[in-house]
Design a protein around this ligand. Structure first.
Ligand code: ADP
Length: 233
């Protein structure tokens, strides 16, 4: 299967000497749905930032969708990020004062699509996340769960190769959180590759693969789907 994410011997040392990620090697294939778990401070967000090309490693190689990040110029990296990677954060990060439709359409700003085309595709994405009747609502007129659905619609409207989610249910009540996880499950079934950081053991246990981190290292990698695909041992 095609590797969408490939980390090889990746470390990240922050100024001041904190080694947040230590010699991590990880491969994620197209279509996987992976939970990243571990105590606070274990390097989960740093690793997600490296995968999302928001940060560069101190050593090792990061390849995303077949591109080795270190070999790309800033402009190429920005294009890779805009076109191939979708982000969802705990804090939603929606533009205040902008209706849901425009928030999602902005996810296509770098694609060169016309405004009409961006809005048409944004509407499709909002319908897909169950918000057909909330297109014109401003973020403050939406519930937490709905805000996160808008953020997910914005992240996937450009059909990225990979969706990265950092504690997407962290600010939600359990019902809204379950709804958001169900939505991610639907996107996974439709073929999207998803990596999600979660503190919630139940959520992690429900996903086919769990990568556990501690002190910057990957300490376990339970790939139930992969083990099943490989057949009996
Ligand atoms: P997690 O997501 O598992 O909570 P992080 O990746 O946020 O862990 O942090 C890993 C370690 O790196 C922690 O010790 C944290 O304090 C440190 N760290 C994170 N971001 C920075 C930064 N920008 N500068 C310095 N240290 C950082």
């Amino acid at each position: 299967m095609t590797a969408v994410v490939s980390l090889s011997g990746v470390s990240k040392e922050y100024p001041g000497g904190v080694i947040a990620v230590r010699d991590v090697s990880l491969t994620v294939s197209a279509g996987e749905f992976v939970a990243i778990v571990g105590p606070s401070g274990s390097g989960k967000s740093t690793m997600l930032h490296l995968i999302g090309t928001l940060d560069r490693p101190s050593s090792g190689t990061v390849s995303i969708d077949g591109h080795e990040v270190a070999r790309l110029r800033d402009r190429q990296l920005a294009a890779l990020r805009a076109r191939r990677i979708g982000f969802v954060f705990q804090q939603f990060h929606l533009a205040v004062g902008q209706p849901a439709l425009d928030n999602v359409a902005d996810g296509l700003l770098y694609t060169g699509a016309s405004r009409a085309e961006r809005r048409r595709r944004a509407e499709d994405a909002l319908v897909r996340v169950g918000l057909a009747d909330r297109l014109d609502h401003l973020p403050h007129e939406l519930s937490g769960g709905e805000k996160q659905r808008v953020a997910i619609a914005r992240a996937v409207v450009g059909e990225p190769a990979i969706l990265l989610a950092d504690e997407p249910t962290g600010n939600l009540d359990s019902t809204s959180g379950a709804g958001v996880m169900q939505l991610l499950g639907e996107l996974h079934h439709a073929g999207t590759t998803i990596l999600v950081i979660t503190h919630d053991r139940q959520i992690a246990a429900s996903l086919p693969r769990q990568v556990a981190m501690r002190d910057g290292e990957v300490v376990s990698d339970d790939d139930v789907a992969g083990a099943l695909a490989a057949g009996p041992r």
